[in-house]
Design a binder for this molecule. Structure first.
Ligand code: MRU
Length: 370
């Protein structure tokens, strides 16, 4: 996507030194656009854990580049063992999104037990990480093409009036390598002249909607309004939401979908008010080994300080972090919740639209049928 007229992906290798991975620092947005250099597995681990990079697809791609750096760091006689150790470290950073373990395992199976000199293995690791990043961008571009048709049909029904789309968290290009998932159909529709307007949930506690989705949409020129997390149900009751599109971090074979905390409440309100609720995801986010998402999907619990404090720009222009509760108030901070398949209208995938059931998903993914 373009930032001030220049095309950026969210992660890439530095042109002048391909042993350095460069990322857009998402902690600095929306107030500062900053690029960070990562040159060790530890740098990548910290970037994922502390959310300098975030979003299902991007943490997968970051972990793949982490495995490439692990190959650069690995000892001659200990290559496979060093890679396995790095895989464990990277997989341990964030538990919920499927893409992370999927990318690490893909790198491991491409590299482990590989014959040849070290330089060839490092080159293979680099090609493997590039392929995962390119694949992620391609998945997302296709999601845009498939989802755009749904928005277009709604626009026709509304006689050309803007289609109001509610989204939660950030599942735009910042959360992937490029294009995004939930926002990819929005960008595709906007670029084709279909009138769209986005309701952006602020997404407490880390405010990915307010700081990232709003920034992305403004950069692309898409009309939008930031709303408090609790406003969605009210807007749906008033007929002000034509559809909801969210991303997903892990979707089970029967269609239960983990996404940023608060998604389930939006889905329940959408079901109650008859608003179509779509989940957009790349193939790499399905976890066909799981069935019952509520019981089986691991839910990340993060530092309670993320709930107790909030960061932003003061009137004087300084970036500051302030406490929003009494000094001694305890807090809990679950990062994700699971929306049962029965609340979902359809999955917008890179292969097309899937019905929210095991049979519907298996029609698009016959290789996962048992
Ligand atoms: O904790 P985050 O910001 O990494 O959360 C993941 C997400 O970006 C969302 O849940 C998103 O909607 C899923 S798609 C990237």
């Amino acid at each position: 996507m373009n930032v001030n007229g220049r095309h950026f992906r969210t992660i890439w290798l530095k042109e002048s030194d391909p042993k350095i991975v460069q990322i857009i620092n998402q902690q600095a947005l929306p107030h500062r656009f900053e690029i960070l250099d990562l040159s060790t597995v530890e740098d990548i681990r910290r970037a994922i854990k502390d959310m300098y990079v975030r979003g299902a697809g991007l943490i997968g791609a970051a972990a793949a580049y982490g495995m490439y750096l692990a190959a650069c760091e690995a000892g001659d006689g200990t290559f496979d063992r060093d890679l396995l150790a790095a895989a464990g470290i990277l997989k341990n950073t964030r538990p919920t999104a499927s893409n992370l373990a999927w990318a690490v395992d893909a790198m491991l199976s491409a590299l482990s037990g590989r014959e040849g000199i070290r330089a060839e293995k490092v080159e293979a690791a680099r090609r493997g990480a590039d392929a995962i990043a390119d694949g992620d961008a391609e998945f997302c571009r296709n999601i845009g093409a498939h989802g755009c048709g749904i928005i277009e049909a709604l626009a026709e029904k509304k006689g050309g009036k803007a289609v109001n789309i509610l989204t939660h968290c950030n599942a735009g290009w910042l959360a992937f390598v490029d294009y995004g998932t939930a926002l990819s159909p929005v960008y595709a529709a906007f670029d084709r002249g279909i009138p769209v307007h986005v309701w952006v949930d602020e997404t407490r506690p880390r405010n990915q909607g307010a700081s990232l989705t709003a920034w992305e949409l403004a950069g692309h020129g898409v009309p939008h309004d930031l709303i408090p997390d609790n406003a969605g149900g009210h807007l749906m009751q008033r007929g002000l939401v034509d559809m909801v599109i969210t991303g997903a971090d892990r979707v089970t074979r029967r269609g239960d979908a983990a996404n940023k905390i608060g998604t389930y409440l939006k889905a329940a309100a959408a079901k109650e008010t008859g608003v179509p609720f779509y989940v957009a995801l790349p193939s790499s986010t399905f976890d066909f080994t799981m069935e019952d998402g509520i019981r089986e999907i691991p839910i990340e619990e993060r530092d309670p300080e993320e709930v107790r404090y909030i960061s932003g720009k003061t009137l004087s222009g300084a970036i500051e972090t302030v406490l929003i509760c009494p000094e001694t108030t305890p807090a809990r901070n679950w990062g994700f919740d699971v929306t049962p398949a029965r609340y979902i209208t359809g999955f917008i995938t890179d292969r097309g639209i899937a019905e929210p059931s095991e049979a519907g998903i298996m029609k698009l993914y016959p290789e996962a049928a048992v």
